[in-house]
Design a protein around this ligand. Structure first.
Ligand code: MN
Length: 482
């Protein structure tokens, strides 16, 4: 693969050389490039320098691609079957070599499809954990005549590791053997995330087979530790997101971007996280926001040891009893009515939640979502908080929640142990929406619980801890050329 081996490790900073090397089609000579202005132009923003036009993309007839893909369903399924059989479970340390095998499988495909670059980079945290698999970086060159810095770059992210799966977890079939059940393909990683992640390769393949040009530079970033907390990925992103620097070229009298010290991600215009859920069963879904989470632990510490209720019960205050009273103050009961977020009792918590606009309401009205089907197939057996499509989706997406998850230290085995636990901690979390900050959430929750604790009159010490705080993320979802 000549194009591949040439491009790997290349360090030439010159834009033309780099673009020619990446390209499958020869690029126009410098003389046919747009004429340079006489005087140095005012420096445009990096964004303005980066955005080319999408004329090539618009000119393509995509229906050929769809037909091609439909016709090759069996081929895609057989490849997914191969991938599912590779047991790259990131939580099983002894299986980490299997993740590397899976990444190598994808790398080999990228090379076969003429990637300009397909290489492993060592996991940035490998020094701390030698079993961490590398990250796989793939670039397919754009087949346009645009100069390097005018080509749009789309980067798709996916992960090729999977969660653990065992037959006795309740699988009806071998999780690592792709099986069709009632028209659905069942196998560990089939939808999360091998199917979607690898589809990008098949998109490129379809272009090659149909002799269609790739209108954008396509980068694929595959990791192998997502199901174990994406170890090393934040460090990789921080390092590789260093942007190119605008530089005035004295000879050509124009401003170009210098990619010499820029990171691998620095030319990315559009990022696609190919690891998400679909809203409906048949309509693809563009996820442009995620709620964050603030996770809390409230600890009540009582006597030095557990006590027996028959012997000591009645003579002592009970930590678990007090904790349950406290947790019950977090939300109003169902009889209070209103939506989930309206029953959260922490004062001020909803202050930063933006009101629903008419535009937003109009968007919800057109979504392909059926609350009846959701109830039947997705949350089987659960009682819904709201009966309408709009309220159900808003409660899932654009309003905060407060959910109690568990109590550590409480008796939870089968049988009837009459213990008075000495120390218990309640776990709950708040899903945060845009404009809420973890620090404000922490302050509001802590102060509310401390005041409720004082009002309850418990004789024991309370400790409120926010063990994790992540903000919501929301991105623009309008078409960039508008
Ligand atoms: Mn996933």
């Amino acid at each position: 693969m000549q194009a591949f081996s040439n491009a790997v490790g290349q360090t030439k900073p010159k834009m033309q050389d780099r673009a020619v090397k990446e390209g499958f089609q020869p690029l126009k000579k410098a003389s046919t490039m747009p004429t340079s202005p006489r005087a140095p132009p005012a420096p445009p923003s990096v964004d303005a320098l980066r955005i080319g036009d999408l004329a090539d993309l618009r000119a393509q007839d995509l229906s050929k691609l769809y037909t091609f893909a439909e016709d090759r369903e069996e081929i895609y399924i057989s490849r997914l079957r191969e991938a599912v059989a590779i047991k790259g479970v990131s939580a099983w340390v002894e299986n980490r070599p299997k993740i590397v095998e899976m990444l190598e499988w994808a790398k080999a495909w990228a090379e076969r499809l003429g990637a300009a670059e397909a290489r492993f980079v060592e996991n940035p945290k490998k020094g701390e954990d030698a079993t961490l698999p590398p990250l796989l970086l793939i670039t397919f060159a754009a087949e346009t005549n645009l100069p390097h810095d005018k080509v749009r770059t789309v980067c798709a992210y996916g992960h090729l590791d999977v969660q653990p799966a065992k037959k006795d977890d309740g699988w009806e079939t071998n999780p690592f053997e792709l099986t069709e059940i009632d028209g659905r393909l069942v196998g560990r990683g089939a939808s999360d995330d091998k199917g979607p992640a690898l589809s990008w390769l098949w998109v490129v393949e379809a272009h090659r087979k149909l002799n269609m040009k790739l209108p954008v530079r396509l980068k694929l970033l595959y990791e192998g530790m997502e199901e174990f907390g994406s170890e090393g990925l934040p460090e990789f992103v921080a390092k590789e997101a260093v942007p190119p620097q605008p530089r005035f070229n004295d000879i050509k009298r124009e401003i170009t971007l210098d990619f010499k010290n820029a990171g691998w991600l620095s030319d990315v215009d559009h990022f696609v996280i190919s690891d998400n859920q679909w809203l409906a069963k048949k309509t693809p879904c563009l996820t442009y926001g995620l709620r964050g989470v603030a996770y809390f632990e409230v600890v009540v510490s009582g006597p030095a040891q557990d006590l027996h209720s028959g012997v000591y019960g009645g003579s002592v205050h009970e930590p678990l009893n007090d904790l349950i009273h406290l947790l019950a103050t977090l939300r109003h009961p169902p009889s209070f009515n209103g939506m989930h977020h309206e029953r959260i009792r922490v004062p001020g918590l909803l202050d930063d939640v933006p009101p629903v606009t008419d535009d937003e309401r109009a968007k919800y009205a057109t979504l392909d979502f059926d609350v009846e089907q959701y109830n039947r197939e997705d949350v089987t057996g659960a009682q819904l908080e709201n009966a309408t499509n709009e309220k159900t989706l808003m409660a899932r997406w654009r309003f905060p929640t407060l959910s109690i998850h568990g109590i550590e230290g409480a008796f939870s085995d089968p049988g009837a142990k009459t213990v008075l636990p000495r120390r218990v901690s309640g776990k709950f979390s708040i899903r945060q929406v845009p404009n809420m900050t973890s620090s404000r959430t922490e302050a509001l929750v802590t102060s509310y619980l401390e005041s409720q604790w004082a009002a309850l009159g418990s004789k024991y010490a309370l400790e409120v801890k926010m063990v994790h705080g992540g903000p919501a993320w929301v991105s623009r979802c309008v078409e960039i050329n508008q």
